[in-house]
Ligand binder design. Structure first.
Ligand code: CU
Length: 166
């Protein structure tokens, strides 16, 4: 394809290219098969969702499916911890990506395709209650897709705990 014009754009999604749909259609991946997901931090069932501490690293093995995250309530994270949210999208339906963001993250957000696992690193800076939420409109109950993390000061000894839907 011949390049007609190349220039940077700031804040406007007009940087588009056109090509025949049949070139893309046959190569597009619509669903990642969950049973083929080999991600080392994948969880393939909600019952396996959990939170584990390794020194000051906290690994959240999270699942998402319309219209909730599991777990959606986490306590026992402290200032000084490095938190890894490993989020697996359990959907096996076309066009149901879920997003993931946590308040105060210094990086971006995740967009997780059906059957896929992605990781977001988060270093909470101060004690508080931090919401996390789905950032991709996924269904009528999209606004329900949220949860909370309690971050305590490093001097506290709040045990790690997590739950879903309580
Ligand atoms: Cu969602």
């Amino acid at each position: 394809m011949k390049l007609l014009l190349d220039f940077p754009t700031v804040g406007e999604p007009h940087y588009a290219q056109a090509c025949p749909a049949e070139l893309l259609e046959k190569n597009s991946v619509r669903i990642f098969k969950l049973e083929q997901n080999k991600h080392p931090y994948a969880v393939k069932a909600e019952k396996d969702a959990r939170v584990e501490r390794k020194c000051n690293e906290v690994h959240v093995y999270m699942t998402t499916i319309r219209s909730h995250f599991a777990p959606d309530n986490i306590e026992g994270i402290k200032v000084g911890d490095v938190v890894y949210f490993h989020v697996t999208n359990l959907e096996q339906d076309w066009d149901i990506p879920h997003g993931f963001a946590v308040q105060g993250a210094q990086n971006g957000e995740l967009i997780i395709m059906p059957g896929e696992t992605q990781t977001l690193k988060w270093v909470p800076q101060r004690p508080g209650i931090y919401p996390f939420y789905c950032t991709d409109f996924c269904s009528a109950l999209h606004q329900e897709m949220q949860g909370y993390v309690r971050v305590s000061s490093s001097a506290m000894s709040v045990p790690l705990s997590f739950s879903t839907g309580k």
